[in-house]
Design a protein around this ligand. Structure first.
Ligand SMILES: NC(=O)c1ccc[n+]([C@@H]2O[C@H](COP(=O)([O-])OP(=O)(O)OC[C@H]3O[C@@H](n4cnc5c(N)ncnc54)[C@H](O)[C@@H]3O)[C@@H](O)[C@H]2O)c1
Length: 384
């Protein structure tokens, strides 16, 4: 009887989902993140395929200045030729839609977001929200004035490890957090990457640091108040800017964060990410490539460790499924936020605080000074 009820219920749910009107979404930037060139080797299915599979959104148009990117959309059967645009204004003027996914290189995020706001569109923006804090602030105030929903893809929050760390810490199971150690060693010295990548300022910070520093804010539910740091790069680097960072950050509640990393590592053996979070009641450890399970909890004074991710089985633990699971959650959360049924996991205002940390880190490395994010005199005194 229970099984029968469940089947009838599931059938009804599928029927009602099909009857539900989907939200119309367009996308700007059809690169590797939106539609991977190498499907077999990609770490994710990509936004276009996930939207295609979703019950919440209908992909109605795409914008990209590159004819090659548009061709991939058409050849793979996602959109008809007339649904693709090389000009953003033409797409936004001609295609009625509810939302825009901004998935182009970061230097174009702000201008794309501004145009979308002019057309009253809700926004899902790939990280980082913008590459300029001041401009980001202006955009957020425009978004607020128009009461639009703007979510940012901070997927390290949405992966199982990030979600469970947040839960474990916020449930008080680690007690007060004393310090976080994070080490990142990655080989991103790949000449096949698009040339603009090698010209970006502080590429570790804006490409990956944004994931990690945002994750720390999220799991701690705390704000960074000061940063000290140095940057560096080895002779063999292809990048214009420094590719390594050594940061020391302090939070409002007194947690110390040591963040050291490079994207110029020749290493292909040891894990890229090593994260250790220590509280008065124990330690959390995650050694991974891109924040995959396992997440271990070592309670204080006990030899046995506990795997907090053990309920995640098989393929779901692997890199690709971890990306896809979190991307699906982000899409669902975006639609529910537009409909007013959920709070965004990362709204633009929140993402802006992580951009503030990036800018402070960059300034700390450039000047060699301690940079304070909240400049009230008491805070400066406390930390000096
Ligand atoms: N969340 C994640 O895990 C993750 C991973 C990779 C990339 N990203 C983000 O996704 C975004 C895109 O990265 P990518 O790896 O797909 O880059 P990419 O270089 O592979 O593709 C960028 C695409 O944007 C197009 N483009 C260039 N200028 C444009 C413009 N003015 N307007 C619209 N499109 C334009 C290019 O033709 C290209 O097709 C970036 O913001 C990046 O930070 C996020």
């Amino acid at each position: 009887m229970t099984v029968l009820c469940h089947r009838v219920y599931s059938g009804l749910e599928i029927y009602f989902n099909k009857m539900k009107k989907k939200l119309n979404i367009a996308v700007s930037g059809i690169g590797n993140r939106a539609l991977p060139k190498g499907i077999q080797t990609s770490n994710w299915l990509g936004w276009v395929e996930l939207i295609h599979r979703s019950d919440e959104f209908e992909l109605v148009a795409a914008h990209d200045p590159s004819a090659e990117s548009i061709q991939r959309m058409v050849e793979r059967g996602y959109l008809k030729p007339e649904q693709n645009f090389t000009d953003l204004t033409r797409m936004l003027t001609n295609v009625p839609c509810d939302a825009l996914l901004v998935c182009n290189p970061v230097q174009y995020h702000a201008s794309t977001i501004r145009q979308a706001i002019d057309h009253d569109l809700h926004l899902l923006v790939e990280k980082p929200f913008t590459d300029d804090l001041q401009e980001g602030r202006e955009l957020v105030s425009l978004i607020q004035r128009k009461k639009l929903t703007a979510c940012v893809v901070q997927n390290w929050r949405n992966k199982d490890v990030g979600r469970l760390m947040h839960q474990h810490i916020q449930d008080g199971q680690l007690g007060k957090i004393g310090h976080i150690f994070f080490r990142y060693v990655r080989d991103r010295e790949n000449p096949k990457l698009p040339p603009y990548i090698f010209q970006e300022k502080f590429p570790l910070l804006y490409a990956m640091g944004i994931h990690h520093l945002d994750l720390f804010r999220y799991i701690l539910n705390d704000e960074i108040i000061s940063v000290q740091g140095q940057s560096f790069k080895p002779d063999w680097s292809l990048y214009e800017s420094d590719t390594g960072l050594n940061l020391f950050l302090k939070t409002k509640r007194g947690t110390s964060i040591i963040y050291s990393g490079t994207i110029s590592s020749p290493n292909k053996v040891i894990s890229q990410e090593s994260l250790i979070v220590e509280g008065e009641k124990g330690t959390l450890i995650n050694e991974s490539q891109w924040s995959e399970p396992p997440l271990w909890y070592y309670p204080k004074g006990i030899v046995d460790r506990i795997e907090l991710t053990k309920h995640i089985k098989g393929q779901d633990r692997e890199t690709t499924e971890q990306y896809n699971r979190s991307d699906r959650n982000i899409l669902r959360n975006f639609s529910q936020s537009i409909l007013g049924k959920e709070e965004p996991v990362c709204r633009a205002e929140d993402a802006l605080k992580s951009i503030e940390v990036l800018e402070a880190s960059r300034r700390a490395c450039e000047t060699g000074e301690v940079v304070y994010l909240d400049t009230t005199p008491e805070l400066q005194l406390e930390n000096s």
